[in-house]
Each structure stands twice: as structure tokens, then as C-alpha cells.
Design a protein around this ligand. Structure first.
Ligand code: CA
Length: 339
């Protein structure tokens, strides 16, 4: 079974919603998922067909050579060289077709995966819209209390962004971009999903790298990471400058400066690293860190931080600082710098 079929069922995203409202979206999404699967099967079949043709040609060619009693292997002999050349041409052409088929398959799967991810976002957006206030705020510092709101910081944002605002921690004004607390959402996701975001703003979620980039590139932001282990011990790391690049730059961790906190500079090793998922290895290791650690992060040579890794495990970051206990909650938040 492929990774697209292993993904968490999206039903949690629309939990509690009237079915009538999303029937069409569900049907469409289901159709696309089935189409993706059948398309993959078709591509695999197509590639297998090409391989079978190659084998058949090789067999037929060998048989012909045997019958006429000539040497077919590509040697320095004159006649065999001519025969070998024709054979090589056919095989090269078939190899070209096979490579092209594989390339097209990968491109189509990426596009389909992106489409599914976007549709899940649309469903979540509709879901949240029932609970969100009609007002559009310029920042989370303006909202009356912690909760889900639409914000549009300035005119560079084409449309309002749905976010979870935290007005409780350290005078408030925070936008939450990662929240985990019960393991109900699968965080082992592909590039497109980390790009567009996934999960439920009322539950566990990842806001999306595009949104994090858009926010942090629009004006200076600070970052705070709040962690709590199963023993109830809490710790935090705060950086008064935080910015990530765009997708072209692989969402590189551009700025992460001026640490303060309770247990050390957690992300020291992540500075300047690009974001990696299991299907996008942008780390500095010979391994695929995201795949090895079952996560997605600004990995360097694996190790240290892996806050999108399997829920209920010891994070490298915390174990490195001898805090060593299983993480219960993690909350990553940003807010515009006021000074
Ligand atoms: Ca690597």
C-alpha cells in the first residue's frame, strides 16, 4: 500500500458538521482519491508493459540471431555491430519511454496530492467558518480572546487567513502554527501537506509552510515553542527573530535569533536548514532524516529536533538536554514584533 493510501482519514476534519453541507465536496474528494489510486495502478501497469515489451524484443532478437547463426552481442564485429546498433536504438527508445512514463507519473501524483491537500483545506475552512466570527482582524492581538479568527495583516495578503489565536500566553497576540496534544492527527505527511497545512484548528494541526512564510516575511516576527511532558513539566524556548523562506527556497530557516527560555537553545542546529518531508529530502545527511525519524522538520544531519515526529515519543531535543521524558503537548506560535 502506498503512502497516499496510508494517510489519516479526513473525517475528523469535518467532525460535527452537517453532512448536507459537504456532500458535494466529499464526493469530489473521494472521486479524486480513487482516481489517484487508479492512476497509480495505470502508471505501474504502463511501466510494466514497457518492461515486458523490452523483454519480448530481447527474446525475439536473440531467437532470430540464433536461427541465422550470427553473434548478436554488441562486440567489435562488423555485422554484429550493425545488429547491436539497431538493437541498442530500440532499447534506448524504450528506456526513454519508460523514464518519461515514470516522470509523468511523479508529476501527476504530485499535482493530485496537492489538489487533495487543497480540498482538505477548503473543507476545514468551511468547517471553521461556522465557528469563527465574521470580523477580519489585522492581527491576533486585536481579537477579544483566544480562538479561531480570520486575520489579514495588510494588503499584501490576498485574502484573510484562518488562524488559531492565543491571547493567554505572555500578553497574547500569538498565531499558533503547530499544536499537538493527544496524537489524534497523523503528522507523518508529505511535502504538499506541510506546504498547505493539515488537521483541525480546533484540534491538532499544522498551519502550513506557505502561511508561515507569508506571515514571517511580511514583517519581523518572534517565535515561542511551548512543551509539556507527561509528568506535567513545562518548558519553553523563545526567539525574538523568526523567518522562513518560500517554497523555492525550501522554506529555509532564515532567521532564528536571540534565544531566551528555560531549557536551552533547542533549535541551534536547525538554523539555515531547509524543510524536509519523507518525499522531499532537503537535509544535510546522507540519510533521509524525515523518513528515518518519521517526521518533517528543518533537519540538518537528523538528530536534535523532531517536533513533528511520532506522537508519544521522546523528542531528540528534550532528551539532548536531559529533560528526557515523553512529550505530551507542543505548541509553536509566532507574533509580530511590536518594537
Ligand atoms: Ca539526505
Amino acid at each position: 500500500m502506498n503512502k497516499y493510501n496510508q494517510r489519516t482519514n479526513i473525517s475528523h476534519i469535518v467532525h460535527g458538521q452537517s453532512k448536507d453541507k459537504f456532500d458535494i465536496l466529499f464526493e469530489r474528494l473521494t472521486y479524486i482519491k480513487r482516481f489517484t489510486f487508479s492512476f497509480q495502478c495505470h502508471c505501474y501497469s504502463y511501466t510494466s508493459d514497457i518492461n515486458m515489451i523490452k523483454i519480448n524484443i530481447l527474446f525475439a532478437f536473440t531467437l532470430c540471431c540464433t536461427i541465422v547463426g550470427i553473434q548478436c552481442a554488441p562486440t567489435a564485429g562488423t555485422s554484429s555491430a550493425v545488429q547491436g546498433f539497431a538493437f541498442e536504438m530500440i532499447m534506448t527508445k524504450l528506456q526513454f519511454l519508460e523514464d518519461r512514463s515514470t516522470e509523468k507519473e511523479e508529476q501527476m501524483l504530485t499535482k493530485l496530492s496537492d489538489l487533495i491537500s487543497r480540498m482538505e483545506n477548503i473543507i476545514q475552512h468551511k468547517n471553521d467558518s461556522n465557528k469563527v466570527r465574521d470580523n477580519v482582524y489585522t492581527s491576533c492581538s486585536e481579537v477579544p480572546s483566544s480562538g479561531i479568527y480570520s486575520i489579514q495583516p495588510d494588503n499584501t495578503f490576498e485574502e484573510p487567513m484562518r488562524v488559531l489565536c492565543d491571547q493567554d500566553y505572555e500578553s497574547g497576540g500569538w498565531i499558533v502554527f503547530q499544536h499537538r496534544f493527544n496524537g489524534s492527527t497523523d503528522f507523518y505527511r508529505n511535502w504538499q501537506e506541510y506546504k498547505n497545512g493539515f488537521g483541525n484548528l480546533e484540534g491538532e494541526f499544522w498551519l502550513g509552510l506557505d502561511r508561515i512564510h507569508q506571515l514571517t516575511a511580511s514583517r519581523p516576527h518572534e517565535l515561542v515553542v511551548l512543551l509539556e511532558n507527561l509528568r506535567g513539566h513545562k518548558m519553553h524556548a523563545k526567539y525574538d527573530q523568526f523567518e522562513i523562506g518560500d517554497e523555492y527556497e525550501k522554506y529555509v530557516l532564515k532567521k532564528l535569533r536571540n534565544y531566551s527560555g528555560s531549557h536551552g537553545d533547542f533549535f541551534y542546529h536547525d538554523r539555515g536548514m531547509k524543510f524536509s518531508t519523507f518525499d522531499a529530502d532537503n537535509d544535510k545527511s546522507t540519510k533521509n532524516c524525515a523518513e528515518t525519524l518519521n517526521g518533517a522538520w528543518w533537519f540538518g544531519v537528523c538528530g536534535y529536533s523532531n517536533l513533528n515526529g511520532p506522537y508519544g515519543t521522546i523528542d531528540y531535543m528534550t532528551s539532548f538536554y536531559s529533560w528526557g521524558a515523553i512529550l505530551k503537548t507542543s505548541k509553536l506560535m509566532i507574533r509580530p514584533k511590536t518594537a
